[in-house]
Every structure is written in structure tokens, then in C-alpha cells.
Ligand binder design. Structure first.
Ligand SMILES: C[S@@+](CC[C@H](N)C(=O)[O-])C[C@H]1O[C@@H](n2cnc3c(N)ncnc32)[C@H](O)[C@@H]1O
Length: 260
């Protein structure tokens, strides 16, 4: 199988539009995440997608184009860096690349000031009751402020609003510029034993760094074998050791060190 998400709209965007939107996520990761979103739809996992740190929309558009009927995308950003023109550039990219305005909402805010109720309201006033899982967020991309305490705030917000079979995708893990982010993830996981790392999507380069994909331990089976089989040519078979378990590693050029 060719390396693609399997969703024609997502794959067309990644091939033709992705590099025209400034951003810091890799096409490699966008393709794998597009596949995960498509698989969720096939499994009957319904819900929205959301991103902290939307910037100009590079990764956001890839996720949003993978939505099913009736689902919406939420982009959260302070939209003030590097200048006030960011919001208009984001809207312009969405228009130009075929993301209809009724499919998404942009929230100009810091996650430090948002509650789970704010997320539900922004997505259309949905209830946050546990039984309303189809009205929750099935795919979160967390790529906002890269301070350790900010990541903890974002993880708590995303966890409170995620679909019970959904995933949290964290950007810039193991990035040399942000070495303590993984400490925040480790500490957060210690307090959330129901959650674990499902997969690591390796970096393309220093501005398109690795992502961790987290989900509930009881949802791992929905994704794990499928990722290894679908992306066999990208699967680094030694896996990632988390002491109590191993998780999938996908990398653009898998190889093992020569030892003889
Ligand atoms: C690395 S950029 C995101 C890149 C984008 N996700 C991509 O893949 O191309 C980080 C973004 O996070 C935003 N940001 C930083 N702190 C934030 C916060 N507390 N709440 C919301 N957005 C924040 C910044 O304004 C910036 O646009």
C-alpha cells in the first residue's frame, strides 16, 4: 500500500496544499493522523477534532478534511503570534483549501482560560455527560505553549473532553529545544493510569518533530495492530519501551543499527 491516509481529500491536501501553509508539523505525521481519523470513522467512533495551537492551520486543515458528516473542528489559538494578521491568514488558508466555514470554529483564547464547558460550547453547545461520547472530541492535537505547566493544563482540558475511544496527539515530543515536555507527559501519565502511549510518530526534522499519540489503555487494541499493519514499511519493529508496556514506533526510514 502506498503511504497515504486513505482519505482522498486529506491526501490531496497533504500532497498539494500542506507545504503552502506555514507550520511546524510534518506531512509524515499528518498522513498517519489522517489515517487514524479515517479508522475512527470506520469503527463508528463519532466526535469532533480539536487543536491547541492552530497557527496558520497546516495540521488543522488536514485533520478537519477527515471529518465525517455532522462533525466539527475546533481551532484554539491566541492568534497573536508572530503578529495580529495570523487569524486572517488562518481563515484565508481554510477558504483556499476547501474547508467550508460551517465545518470549523476558531476560538481566539488561551487554553489557560478555558474550561471543558467552553470547549463543548464552542463545538455547538454539546453536553459533557459521559454517555454523550459521540459529542466529544475524538482527536485532539496539542501543540500550544511548550512550557511544562502549560502542557499539563492542555492535557487536562483535552482529557476532560475526549471521546472514551479517542486519542490525544502531542506535538514536539523529544524535541531538543523542549526537553522537559516529556517529563510533563510522564508525570501526567502517572496520575492517569487509564491512559497510555499508543504510538510515537517520529520526526521528519527539527521543525517537524515527533508526536506521541495517547489513548485509554482499553482503546489500544482499536488502533495498535492496524497501525503496524497499515504502515508496515514505516514500522520500527523494536518498539518504544515504557517499562510497563511497549508502544508502536513509526518513522520515515526505519532501520536497525549494524552490530556485527
Ligand atoms: C508551534 S505553533 C503551532 C503549529 C501548528 N499546530 C502546526 O502544526 O503547524 C504554536 C501555536 O500555539 C499558540 N499558543 C501558544 N500558547 C497558547 C495557549 N496557551 N493557548 C492557545 N494557543 C497557544 C501560538 O500562538 C502558536 O500559534
Amino acid at each position: 500500500m502506498a503511504f497515504c491516509s486513505g482519505n482522498p481529500a486529506v491526501d490531496r491536501y497533504i500532497a498539494e496544499g500542506y507545504e503552502t501553509v506555514r507550520g511546524m508539523s510534518s506531512a509524515f505525521a499528518a498522513t498517519i493522523c489522517g489515517h487514524i481519523i479515517r479508522r475512527q470513522t470506520e469503527l463508528g467512533i463519532k466526535g469532533h477534532i480539536a487543536e491547541v495551537g492552530t497557527f496558520e492551520g497546516r495540521f488543522f486543515i488536514a485533520m478537519a478534511l477527515g471529518l465525517a458528516e455532522g462533525e466539527r473542528a475546533l481551532g484554539i489559538d491566541t492568534f497573536d503570534w508572530p503578529n495580529a494578521g495570523l487569524y486572517d491568514r488562518f481563515i484565508g488558508h481554510c477558504d483556499r483549501l476547501g474547508l467550508a466555514r460551517e465545518r470549523y470554529v476558531a476560538l481566539k483564547a488561551s487554553t489557560r482560560n478555558l474550561s471543558p464547558a467552553d470547549i463543548a460550547k464552542a463545538l455547538g453547545g454539546q453536553k459533557s455527560a459521559p454517555q454523550a461520547s459521540e459529542e466529544k472530541v475524538r482527536f485532539w492535537h496539542i501543540d500550544g505553549d511548550h512550557a511544562r505547566d502549560s502542557l499539563t493544563v492542555d492535557l487536562d482540558l483535552a482529557h476532560a473532553t475526549m471521546h472514551h475511544q479517542g486519542v490525544l496527539c502531542l506535538d514536539d515530543m523529544l524535541h531538543p529545544g523542549y526537553p522537559l515536555l516529556v517529563v510533563a507527559v510522564h508525570e501526567w501519565l502517572e496520575h492517569h493510569p487509564d491512559m497510555r502511549v499508543l504510538a510515537i510518530i517520529d520526526r521528519e526534522d527539527i521543525v517537524a518533530a515527533a508526536k506521541f499519540v495517547l489513548c485509554r489503555a482499553d482503546a489500544v487494541a482499536l488502533y495498535e495492530q492496524d497501525l503496524m499493519a497499515t504502515f508496515k514499511a514505516q514500522h520500527w519493529t523494536l518498539g518504544s519501551e515504557w517499562e510497563r508496556y511497549f508502544c508502536v514506533v513509526l518513522t520515515p526510514r526505519p532501520r536497525l543499527a549494524v552490530v556485527d
